[in-house]
Design a protein around this ligand. Sequence first.
Ligand code: BGC
Length: 735
Amino acid sequence: MTDPTKDLSLEEKASLGSGADFWTTKAVGAVPSLMLTDGPHGVRKQTGASDHLGLAGSEAATCFPPAVGLGQCWDTDLIHRVGEALGREARSLDVDVLLGPGVNIKRDPRCGRSFEYFSEDPVVAGVLGAAWVTGVQSVGVGTSLKHFALNNAETDRMRSSSDVDPRPMHEIYLHAFAHIVRTARPWTVMCSYNRINGVYAAENHWLLTELLRETWGFDGAVVSDWGAVRDRVAAVRAGLDLEMPGTGPASDAEVVDAVRAGDLSQDAVDRAAAAVAGLARRVQPGREAAVTADLDDHHRLAREVAARSIVLLKNDTDLLPLTAGTALAVIGEFAQSPRYQGGGSSHVNPTRLDIPLDEIRAQAGAGTVTFAPGFTTDGSGDAATLRNEAVQTAADAEVAVVFLGLGADQESEGFDRDDIEIPWGQLDLVAAIAQVQPRTVVVLSHGGVLRLQPVADAVPAILDGALLGQAGGGAIADVLFGAVNPSGRLTETVPVRVQDCPSYLDFPGENSHVRYGEGIHVGYRGYDARALEVTFPFGHGLSYTDFEYSEMMVASDETGVVVEVTVTNTGERAGREVVQVYLTKTDSRVVRPPRELKGFATSAVLEPAASEKVSIHVARSDIAFWDERRGDWTVEDGAYVVGVGASSRDLRVTDIVDVTGDEQPVPITWQSTLAEALADPAVAAAMADMLPAGASDGGDALGTDIVKVMGSMPLDRLKRFGMASDALDDLLTTD
Ligand code: BGC
């Protein structure tokens, strides 16, 4: 295949590397113009005014559940199907690249953009994000893996530096990106606005070139987040291929001038031009295929996936599912004005919108359904009157279904929340309702995590809808009445108090720096390490049936660990279980959380008494930790505890597996400590005459444990005290 950039001039190559306008690239020579639009949970194609903040209108498109909801299904096949549908809609609207998925880690529940990300856990974010990418790209539409990297807060996002140590950077924050690049091969990656340890992502050669391309093997185009480029020349030098949106001819001229002045290599410009041309080549078959989108079908899929995304947090006395014919009081403004997506660049203009109240009425059978708003989302009306009316309505019914949540103006791209409270007196409202109506179900709508302890203390049943997209109303009714047995699981912990969050003291940072002080202890890793009570743990979600775990088997080989377990439906309704695998290394030489999710799988729908043998492969790369001493991944040798169960705090079966490690001994130098030196048999032998008899066995003649007392002393300091044996001179290197 001939290279379409081969005969282009320097000016033409430079112009390929910046947008023509807000959403398109330039047509240059044989390379056509391409259209990129948001994403991720629907196509936001703007035909009139353009913006990246969700302000101006866009063409109608199916609004699937945003990642906060979608992720709760934990089902890669389902997400792949959503990806295909998104790809078909994008293609039918002549969109070449859909700007998603967002796989940043939900480090702190106050992040305003939590709704656009999958999880606090890197394996969940990586596996689900990969399914989304392969789904969209299977239709011939590109994806843009974003926001690369460490964009975990909105506050000051265009300047702030995410200051993070190497181990959490690799194990927590880069893991999902690496997994998706390696396994799903996204056609583009979007570099984020923020700085990473002081260097802007767009100008970060280590990030965009050494890690992304050279280590992970990325072969697509690096696109800037909209307006993330400050210095185009520095960005191209670092590895950026496409500046978006276009900022006019001056930007291209800077690139040309820099090459002529010897400040920027011709190779860098060639690489960027080739990457954009490569993207056009990848997109071409999709452009030529006659792809259509059946919007009715997509609405049905949106309903299916929304129902699968709902998490049953609590269901005391089996209050749910409701029986048709029950007299219901539906309370809460969200029942008639649903909150179903987040604000900002991902805001989709839905093709239609299911109203929960209507959908409940449609499934309620002969039962009366009354309604009271209970509160307003804009401060209008008299709060006391609204509340009294709602309490009375609830008291008069057999069951109250109360819709609570966050309003659209309380969380969005562009700013973070100050707290995780449920606003507008909704907590007082639900407490008052629970007083008069013990049979109360709460249905939640929100992007970021909420403080739910008062709700959990007040009512017997809670459904967490997060954000469910345009068909959420029907999906909520399906779960309430049992047409769908819930199988969603939390992808984020619900803490008792925001102050318990591991990141609490370091969010959202100050003076344009965020110190990631909690290190690897993000989300459940941190709550578990400090043995904190939580309201609902990571991975939690109930069902209308019960499952038993048995016949666990673990084995390891050079590819990783295989875990098998049999799941049996021991209840009375058909249902689906999400099986989670957690690993623990109790004798690790590095600090580790008590347990870490390493794999998961969703069962098929199991009829009562039916079983399924579920097999989960944990990749060896997921067992490794980032060894800061070597600047590389290391698998520790020995026993690992494997726990399998229904949540991070509900492990049903455990076993132990032996893994062959690949630890490299760290060479002993004059900077090594006495304890490190004595752990190396050769060096210990050379030091035999240095220490009093018995010292290295735990006590000298006086019973002093010299190694314990002096173990942290470096050998070069011992030498200065005249305590180092000459034999060490031959054995040790200096460093
Ligand atoms: C967001 C991106 C989005 C882009 C284009 C930016 O503000 O951070 O996620 O894709 O705008 O709308």
